[in-house]
Design a protein around this ligand. Structure first.
Ligand SMILES: Nc1ncnc2c1ncn2[C@@H]1O[C@H](COP(=O)(O)OP(=O)(O)OP(=O)(O)O)[C@@H](O)[C@H]1O
Length: 272
């Protein structure tokens, strides 16, 4: 089928994904479509196993969809990878333990063949952007989990990607560090004008970091709801106290779990 794509953002059209391993067949995604305009921020939320990571991995050219197609900045995922248009940051972003933070952050540039002076300059800039200045010579084991994730984000930013694909980047962090990094990420997104697609299990994180939250139904995953978050791009921690924030939270819980019942008030619902 010929898929005609408009726009230069992230685009998923009618994507289906069937995994086959030995004689086990898993239908992970059916008929998923999503458009994320350039410069906007989107999140994917949904129950465990509904295919969020699979969608991200399709855009990142790690797996190919069984049906449908994806575009990153108007290019196929493999073309976009060759152009280094996107960067992927995941929960367990690996740092090489024998390299300093500076050397780890430089890694992507090194692989891309960027010369040493330019590597140093861009790595130092990214390290400053994520608030790790002063820790250039530290080794990963000497940093906290939050600082290592900042370093992973810095490494992703050195290649100046137009698209940031983030798979639960703060999932392993405590609540306080996580919220702090949410707002640091907002600042970075504004400074770099990157387009974001974030996979998260946290409804609050999705609201804080998104213009639109796409809710996926349980496996086989499809996009069941889209909730537009009307906060604009000037966001502060005070947004959590805004009545609209509470309303978005309720709407997203409802989309995930159905209406609250007397025995399961909305405030006690959680999802994983
Ligand atoms: N490489 C693979 N081979 C076979 N099945 C897979 C593979 N990767 C994912 N799956 C299956 O596809 C479905 C979707 O997985 P995926 O990791 O995309 O979901 P997810 O929503 O990101 O889950 P979680 O929130 O738990 O990370 C799951 O049933 C999973 O077991």
């Amino acid at each position: 089928m010929d898929y005609r794509f408009s726009g230069d953002g992230l685009s998923i059209r009618d994507v289906g994904m069937v995994y086959r391993r030995d004689d086990q067949v898993t239908t992970a995604l059916v008929g998923c479509s999503l458009e994320i305009p350039v410069g906007s921020w989107a999140s994917l939320i949904g129950a465990s196993g509904c295919g969020k990571s699979t969608l991200l991995r399709i855009l990142a050219d790690i797996v190919a969809p069984t049906t449908g197609a994806a575009r990153v900045g108007g290019l196929s995922p493999s073309e976009a990878r060759a152009m280094r248009s996107f960067a992927l940051v995941s929960q367990q972003s690996t740092m090489l333990p024998w390299r300093t933070i500076l050397a780890n952050v430089e890694l992507g540039l090194e692989v891309a063949g960027v010369d040493k002076a330019e590597r140093r300059r861009r790595a130092a800039e990214a390290i400053e952007l994520v608030g790790l200045k002063g820790f250039e010579q530290a080794f990963p084991a000497e940093l906290s989990g939050g600082m290592r994730q900042r370093a992973a984000i810095a490494r992703a930013l050195t290649l100046k990607p137009r698209f940031l694909l983030m798979d639960e980047p703060f999932g392993a962090l405590d609540e306080i560090t996580r919220e702090k990094l949410n707002f640091e990420l907002l600042r970075i997104l504004k400074e770099t004008a990157a387009t974001l697609l974030l996979v998260t299990h946290s409804i609050a994180e999705a609201i804080i970091l998104s213009d639109v939250v796409a809710v996926m139904s349980p496996r086989p995953g499809r996009i069941s709801h889209r909730v537009e978050i009307g906060f604009g791009h000037d966001r502060t921690a005070a947004m959590r106290d805004d009545p609209r924030f509470v309303a978005y939270e309720a709407e997203l819980r409802h989309a995930l779990h159905g209406p609250p019942t007397a025995s399961r008030p909305a405030t006690e619902l959680s999802f994983a």
